[in-house]
Design a protein around this ligand. Structure first.
Ligand SMILES: [Zn+2]
Length: 67
């Protein structure tokens, strides 16, 4: 039987994460600094996949500006 070890390591510095203090997108990170770094990395990857799709949401707001 496989023993499931809680093998968590920071995706930024590959250090073992002893305490589940920071979790981002299902990954354990060692510190808040690395958490933010990881988040921005993931966001960048997501942005790249989103960019390939055409956007239809942003229409210009047609408000008049007469005051
Ligand atoms: Zn780290």
């Amino acid at each position: 039987m496989a023993i499931q070890t809680m093998d968590k390591s920071c995706p930024i510095c590959c250090k073992d994460v002893a305490e589940p203090t920071f979790m981002r997108f299902g990954e354990w990170v060692c510190s808040e600094a690395h958490a933010e770094e990881y988040v921005s990395e993931v966001r960048g990857q997501k942005l790249r996949t989103v960019v390939s799709e055409p956007r239809r949401d942003d229409r210009p707001s047609g408000r008049g500006c007469c005051g």
